[in-house]
Design a protein around this ligand. Sequence first.
Ligand SMILES: *[C@@H]1O[C@H](CO)[C@@H](O)[C@H](O)[C@H]1NC(C)=O
Ligand SMILES: *[C@@H]1O[C@H](CO)[C@@H](O)[C@H](O)[C@H]1NC(C)=O
Ligand SMILES: *[C@@H]1O[C@H](CO)[C@@H](O)[C@H](O)[C@H]1NC(C)=O
Ligand SMILES: *[C@@H]1O[C@H](CO)[C@@H](O)[C@H](O)[C@H]1NC(C)=O
Length: 958
Amino acid sequence: MAWFLLFLHLFLFHFPSFSSSSSSFNFSCHHNDSSALLQFKSSFIIGFSQCVPLLKTATWKNGTDCCSWNGVTCDTVSGHVIDLNLGCEGLTGTFNPNSTLFHLVHLQTLNLSYNDFFDSHFHYKFCGFQSLTHLDLSDSNLEGEIPTQISHLSKLQSLHLSENYDLIWKETTLKRLLQNATDLRELFLDSTDMSSIRPNSIALLLNQSLSLVTLNLHYTRLSGKLKRSLICLASIQELDMSYNDELQGQLPELSCSTSLRIIDLSGCAFEGEIPMYFSNLTHLTSLTLSNNNLNGSIPSSLLTLPRLTFLHLYSNQLSGRIPNASLPNLQHLIHLDLSKNLFSGQIPSSLFNLNQLYTLDCSKNKLEGPIPNKTTGFQELNDLRLNDNLLNGTIPSSLLSLPSLVHLVLSNNRLTRHITAISSYSLKKLDLSGNKLQGNIPKSIFNLANLTLLDLSSNNLSDVIDFQHFSKLQYLKTLSLSHNSQLSLTFEPNVNYNFSYLSKLDLSSINLTEFPISGKVPLLDSLDLSNNKLNGKVPDWLPETMNSLTFLNLSQNIFNLLAGDLSESICNLSSLQLLNLAHNHLTDIIPQCLANSSFLQVLDLQMNRFYGTLPSNFSEYCELQTLNLHGNKLEGHFPKSLSLCTKLEFLNLGSNNIEDNFPDWLQTLQYLKVLVLQDNKLHGIIANLKIKHPFPSLIIFDISGNNFSGPLPKAYFKKFEAMKNVTQLEYMTNDVYVQDPLRPAFGVITRYYDSMIVATKGNKRTLVKIPNIFVIIDLSRNKFEGDIPNDFGELHALIGLNLSHNKLIGPIPKSMGNLTNLEWLDLSSNVLTDVIPAELSNLGFLEVLDLSNNHLVGEIPQGPQFNTFTNDSYEGNLGLCGFPFEEKFRFGWKPVAIGYGCGFVIGIGIGYYMFLIEKSRWLVMIFGGQPKRRVTRRTRVRRAHGSTMNQNQMVQMS
Ligand SMILES: *[C@@H]1O[C@H](CO)[C@@H](O)[C@H](O)[C@H]1NC(C)=O
Ligand SMILES: *[C@@H]1O[C@H](CO)[C@@H](O)[C@H](O)[C@H]1NC(C)=O
Ligand SMILES: *[C@@H]1O[C@H](CO)[C@@H](O)[C@H](O)[C@H]1NC(C)=O
Ligand SMILES: *[C@@H]1O[C@H](CO)[C@@H](O)[C@H](O)[C@H]1NC(C)=O
């Protein structure tokens, strides 16, 4: 496609004169011109041309008439060469200032585009062609500043300098050119460097040029804030200023450019509303404002433009309702993309009456209500995407019978009830996943012979369906029926399924009790059978026929054995990128081959009964990003070769029987985010730093429940760089790319979310997704001694810190008051002394505090969060007294506390008794459930930072 466009560009638009080739004229060319051309040719290597099979210069022979040479046109009267077209000729070499090209002073058109003049400057001698009307030097690898003399080319009608990334404009140079070249109609400067031009000069500069018809400033690195600027170009028809991503401010005012047909202002940082003047541009056929920060609603008059065929507004913050499409005005609309905005309300039914529409994309908005159920238009509709909205109601049957529909994506809405019969026989991609669809899978689906993707996952479908039906869909590449708890598949024994192209099969969470496929097995790339009731052995066919498998998820079943010799069968899956056998009952050793795979990115075997030692022969080709062996019976030492896995992000070896010292050699792993070694038999003092930046990416550090001794490894805490700053919310994932066998360039990405079992706030939970703001340190249940270092105070992103059940002494450092994101803090069961620092009352998100069983003394500090902690937080500290609510009482707490003696447990007992009669609010807060206020506040603040951690979504009780 690109080369086709290039071809058009070269031969149709620029030089219409070339269509009447020079060779038909009988003028002999000037001797000087002839030798200049030959010398010019010989100053380059003529390499491979990507666009033409026959090189023009092949016809250039000494002794023949140069006017008959291809690419050369002579003046019919004088015989001088006036046009030279060597576009895409494969010329390679440096353009010297002494080039004989500059002898051709009569040139009117010069095209040297798509050649490679590396290390060459745009020499001022180009500006000596005084008669030049057309100059094309696009994509020719020229560099340096554009010479000021370019303004001498006053007859220019067309100037193309596109895609010379290091060609630099100065403001005055451009200004002079535009002032002098009063006939300039076409100006293509895309992908040149205009970064030195001030944003508010742009309008002033351009407005010099009244003749401009086409202006392309795509990716010219224009930056800065446009003040409301009026670009007034009376003749302009096509304007492209797209992808200047640092260009801010309001959209430029183009209201006097009434001839505009094509506008592309996408990919900048424009903000504010879509101005009304667009509605006055009645010639507009194509408007692209996507990928900006535009807000406000769509002016309804925009949808009355009579010639509009192409409207792209995706990836902005546009809101409000989608206006009614005004018929019959919008009869020509072909592409409408409003995706990734904040549009709300219902989809106007008038859109569904547009007859020429080919694509309609309203995905990723907040559209609600039912999908219009009357469709009078859409006869040409090819692509309909309404996914990721809040749409409810049924899927209208009129949609499912559109004759031209190829892609229908309605995933992640709230659509309900049955799927009616489908008769859109052109459908290739049908994605209805993530809704609340019920009932049967309509049998008509099996007549959609062109389907390549069928995704019905995450619905409430209930059906008993013979799996053989699906093999009627012989082009099927992706089939997903996962997460339909009432769907059940039946399988007939020894059927040869006719899935020639199936590469991705997702049948997770549908109560499978037997393997879906027997007999002849398709060559799958990705297989997800997780969370079913599959038991016994993994059948023999799996490894033998699936050596192309890249993604295998059999987790959360009841498998206890892998067939045959496990190491042999798994080792045959040599291209495996993800192997997830977590949460089964597998009892085996871990095959060594998994360590020396140069493909495996994710190995998740957590919660099984694997025994023996860890694989030991990791190699320098290790691609592992996730290694999760938590909850097995592994013993022995850590393999040092693991430090060769430099891409490792997630390492969880917790809850095993590993006996070793702390693996300090892991500190070199630059990307390691999660290190969990909890509940093993690790021991010794944690050694000093070996390198300057140890563990720079670590956000979860859990070595609890071991026998580590000596001081806390404070040199590490100082260096945990990733724990110092709160970042935007993201989840830890691995994307495994599964190739499409039909079109190698188009694969599907299968996403794996790292998961782990964590102890937070005193409960064990399974984190099904790990957000990067989940920053914790857990050193509890060891034999650490000495004091708590001040350095914790710099780890501002920490949300959980557990140092409990050690032998720590000394005071709680005041610097802990800096940990303003902390949600739980457990320092219990140590030998901490002194008072609780008042700074801890700064911890506005603190939800769980445990300081019990220490030797703390003095008064408990006051503060909104401290008011919510119960007695349990402080018990076993006989020296503590005071109670943090004195201002709430008619008489101060202090005298009461002192009056009734020091000792918190006693104090609160008496306090409770005393104030029960008062029905004081704080007592209700302490004894009458969780106060709401605190939770609300946390949520609001986190939202403001764009990183709300929705605990319900990410945490499931295990
Ligand atoms: C062309 O041929 C003439 C006569 O043979 C010769 O003198 C001249 O140098 C040649 N020119 C080039 C550029 O090869
Ligand atoms: C042009 O200049 C280059 C280097 O600057 C030199 O190598 C080359 O021989 C010169 N060519 C002519 C035709 O003078
Ligand atoms: C404008 O073009 C004319 C004719 O080529 C030239 O003489 C003059 O110097 C140019 N002016 C500027 C400012 O470059
Ligand atoms: C649209 O054009 C009309 C008539 O020329 C003019 O009065 C009006 O101000 C224009 N509106 C905008 C927003 O430019």
